[in-house]
Design a protein around this ligand. Structure first.
Ligand code: ZN
Length: 135
Protein backbone atom coordinates (compact mmCIF):
# COMPACT_ATOMS: atom_id res chain seq x y z
CA UNK A 1 0.00 0.00 0.00
CA UNK A 2 2.86 2.42 0.74
CA UNK A 3 4.90 3.73 -2.15
CA UNK A 4 7.41 5.90 -0.35
CA UNK A 5 7.88 8.41 2.44
CA UNK A 6 6.09 11.57 1.38
CA UNK A 7 7.23 13.97 4.07
CA UNK A 8 8.39 14.33 7.64
CA UNK A 9 6.55 16.90 9.76
CA UNK A 10 8.58 18.83 12.31
CA UNK A 11 6.94 20.98 14.99
CA UNK A 12 8.59 24.38 15.42
CA UNK A 13 7.92 27.44 17.56
CA UNK A 14 9.73 29.99 15.38
CA UNK A 15 9.29 29.22 11.70
CA UNK A 16 11.58 31.98 10.43
CA UNK A 17 14.46 30.97 12.64
CA UNK A 18 14.09 27.30 11.70
CA UNK A 19 13.81 28.14 7.99
CA UNK A 20 17.10 29.98 8.30
CA UNK A 21 18.71 26.86 9.74
CA UNK A 22 17.38 24.61 6.99
CA UNK A 23 18.40 26.98 4.21
CA UNK A 24 21.60 28.57 5.50
CA UNK A 25 23.09 25.75 7.57
CA UNK A 26 21.75 22.63 5.81
CA UNK A 27 21.73 24.34 2.40
CA UNK A 28 18.21 23.23 1.40
CA UNK A 29 15.86 25.42 -0.62
CA UNK A 30 12.36 26.19 0.51
CA UNK A 31 9.77 25.45 -2.17
CA UNK A 32 6.97 27.35 -0.47
CA UNK A 33 5.25 28.51 2.69
CA UNK A 34 1.52 28.09 3.11
CA UNK A 35 -1.15 28.18 5.77
CA UNK A 36 -3.29 25.09 6.26
CA UNK A 37 -6.36 26.51 7.97
CA UNK A 38 -7.86 23.07 8.64
CA UNK A 39 -4.94 22.20 10.91
CA UNK A 40 -4.16 25.74 12.08
CA UNK A 41 -0.56 25.63 10.97
CA UNK A 42 1.85 27.54 8.81
CA UNK A 43 3.98 25.13 6.80
CA UNK A 44 7.39 25.66 5.19
CA UNK A 45 8.35 22.95 2.70
CA UNK A 46 11.92 21.84 1.97
CA UNK A 47 12.22 19.11 -0.67
CA UNK A 48 15.04 16.60 -0.11
CA UNK A 49 15.12 14.25 -3.09
CA UNK A 50 11.68 12.63 -3.28
CA UNK A 51 10.91 13.43 0.35
CA UNK A 52 9.84 16.76 1.84
CA UNK A 53 10.63 18.20 5.21
CA UNK A 54 7.63 20.18 6.46
CA UNK A 55 8.23 22.68 9.25
CA UNK A 56 4.97 23.23 11.12
CA UNK A 57 4.28 26.28 13.21
CA UNK A 58 0.92 26.65 14.95
CA UNK A 59 -1.25 29.63 14.02
CA UNK A 60 -3.66 29.22 16.95
CA UNK A 61 -3.51 28.04 20.53
CA UNK A 62 -5.86 25.14 19.83
CA UNK A 63 -3.78 23.89 16.90
CA UNK A 64 -2.72 20.24 17.26
CA UNK A 65 0.87 21.45 16.78
CA UNK A 66 0.52 23.93 19.67
CA UNK A 67 -0.59 21.08 21.91
CA UNK A 68 2.31 18.92 20.74
CA UNK A 69 4.84 21.71 21.42
CA UNK A 70 3.40 22.23 24.87
CA UNK A 71 3.71 18.54 25.74
CA UNK A 72 6.87 17.49 23.95
CA UNK A 73 8.65 20.60 22.70
CA UNK A 74 10.12 21.06 19.24
CA UNK A 75 11.00 18.02 17.18
CA UNK A 76 9.67 15.37 14.81
CA UNK A 77 5.88 15.42 14.85
CA UNK A 78 4.86 12.86 12.24
CA UNK A 79 5.92 10.71 9.30
CA UNK A 80 3.76 10.74 6.19
CA UNK A 81 3.61 7.93 3.66
CA UNK A 82 2.46 8.29 0.11
CA UNK A 83 -0.37 5.95 -0.94
CA UNK A 84 -2.70 5.42 -3.87
CA UNK A 85 -6.40 5.28 -2.98
CA UNK A 86 -6.39 6.78 0.50
CA UNK A 87 -10.07 6.05 1.10
CA UNK A 88 -9.61 2.37 0.26
CA UNK A 89 -6.65 2.19 2.62
CA UNK A 90 -8.59 3.81 5.48
CA UNK A 91 -11.38 1.32 4.97
CA UNK A 92 -8.93 -1.56 5.08
CA UNK A 93 -7.28 -0.19 8.25
CA UNK A 94 -10.69 0.12 9.92
CA UNK A 95 -11.44 -3.47 9.00
CA UNK A 96 -8.15 -4.41 10.68
CA UNK A 97 -9.31 -2.43 13.74
CA UNK A 98 -6.50 0.07 13.52
CA UNK A 99 -7.40 3.18 15.49
CA UNK A 100 -7.64 6.24 13.22
CA UNK A 101 -7.71 9.95 13.96
CA UNK A 102 -9.28 10.59 10.55
CA UNK A 103 -11.72 7.98 9.30
CA UNK A 104 -12.21 10.18 6.24
CA UNK A 105 -9.54 12.09 4.28
CA UNK A 106 -9.10 15.81 4.81
CA UNK A 107 -7.15 18.41 2.90
CA UNK A 108 -3.52 19.00 3.83
CA UNK A 109 -0.67 21.14 2.50
CA UNK A 110 -0.56 21.36 -1.29
CA UNK A 111 -4.24 20.41 -1.50
CA UNK A 112 -3.39 16.72 -1.08
CA UNK A 113 -5.74 14.29 0.67
CA UNK A 114 -4.40 13.25 4.07
CA UNK A 115 -5.44 11.19 7.08
CA UNK A 116 -3.79 10.47 10.41
CA UNK A 117 -3.56 7.12 12.18
CA UNK A 118 -3.74 7.23 15.95
CA UNK A 119 -0.31 7.16 17.64
CA UNK A 120 -1.66 4.50 20.03
CA UNK A 121 -2.07 2.22 17.02
CA UNK A 122 1.36 3.03 15.61
CA UNK A 123 3.54 2.58 18.68
CA UNK A 124 3.93 6.27 19.46
CA UNK A 125 4.77 7.46 15.95
CA UNK A 126 2.09 9.77 14.61
CA UNK A 127 1.58 8.43 11.10
CA UNK A 128 -0.07 10.18 8.19
CA UNK A 129 -1.18 8.73 4.88
CA UNK A 130 -1.17 11.08 1.94
CA UNK A 131 -2.65 10.75 -1.53
CA UNK A 132 -1.37 13.32 -3.98
CA UNK A 133 -3.81 15.55 -5.74
CA UNK A 134 -3.93 14.68 -9.39
CA UNK A 135 -2.57 17.72 -11.17
ZN1 ZN B 1 2.00 15.88 7.17
Amino acid sequence: MIKQIDHIGIAVTDLEQQMKFYSEVLGLSCSGVEEVSDQKVKVAIFPVGEVRIELLQPTAEDSPIAKFLEKKGEGIHHIAYCVIDLEGNLKRLEEQQVQLIDAKPRVGAGGHKIAFLHPKATFGVLTELCEHRKS
